[in-house]
Write a protein that binds this ligand. Structure first.
Ligand code: SF4
Length: 213
């Protein structure tokens, strides 16, 4: 079966660039399921190019409107992995969408580690391409973050905050999100919100629910 790089959910187009991630969140959907509403998101390999993604995107975007409630107005880079780990592909696909479908809003759901991984600030390169970042803050302290997100490097929590600020500094809309209530775990939401605000971000609480949607 071919890789599902593009899929739809709740009237939006989602892009599933990679299964790699620098976190191992205890609530990650991937641990329990191999599909999102029947769409298998485990990839056979990590070799997909931006052209592969664009080919699938075109097919879905241009499906007869009778298959959808309304035209697609939002595209989200998300899926079963950290999309910014395929930065070049993400940038090329976002550029393609902006060139061809300027009415489509682009959001990137990210763990906020990419600047650390790539050793440079990638955010300015996405200005004008990405309309909003949603960054997983997942805690008011490093300890809270580490317990939920199990990052693969020690500086992760600080890097997440730096990434959020880098988005705000570029005047790109940024939401700092937390997952609340996973198996009875409760975060200090007041402190999380304050951190988000101080970094220049909006704040969003996602209540944990079985299956994630
Ligand atoms: S950051 Fe996202 S993809 Fe990575 S482990 Fe956490 S929930 Fe899963």
């Amino acid at each position: 079966m071919s890789n599902v790089l593009v899929y739809t959910l709740d009237g939006k187009i989602y892009i599933n660039l990679t299964n790699r991630c620098t976190n191992d969140c205890i609530f990650c959907l991937r641990k329990d399921k191999s599909d999102v509403k029947g769409q298998e998101l485990w990839l056979d390999d990590e070799n997909s190019t931006s052209s592969d993604v664009i080919e699938q995107y075109e097919k879905i975007y241009n499906e007869p409107l009778t298959r959808h409630a309304s035209p697609f107005t939002e595209t989200v880079f998300c899926g079963y992995g950290e999309p910014m780990l395929k930065f070049d592909e993400l940038k090329e696909v976002a550029q393609y969408i902006k060139n061809n479908y300027p009415e489509v809003k682009i959001r990137v759901n990210t763990n906020g580690h990419a600047n650390f991984v790539y050793k440079r600030n990638l955010v300015p390169e996405l200005k004008g391409l990405v309309d909003e970042f949603s960054v997983s803050l997942n805690g008011a302290t490093k300890e809270e973050y580490n317990e939920l997100s199990k990052p693969k490097f020690d500086e992760a929590y600080e890097e997440v905050k730096k990434f959020i600020k880098a988005c705000a500094d570029e005047n790109i809309s940024v939401v700092a999100s937390v997952v609340e209530g996973y198996k009875g775990r409760n975060l200090d939401l007041v402190a999380c919100e304050k951190i988000a605000q101080n970094l220049g971000a909006k704040f969003r609480v996602r209540e944990w629910i079985v299956n994630g949607y």
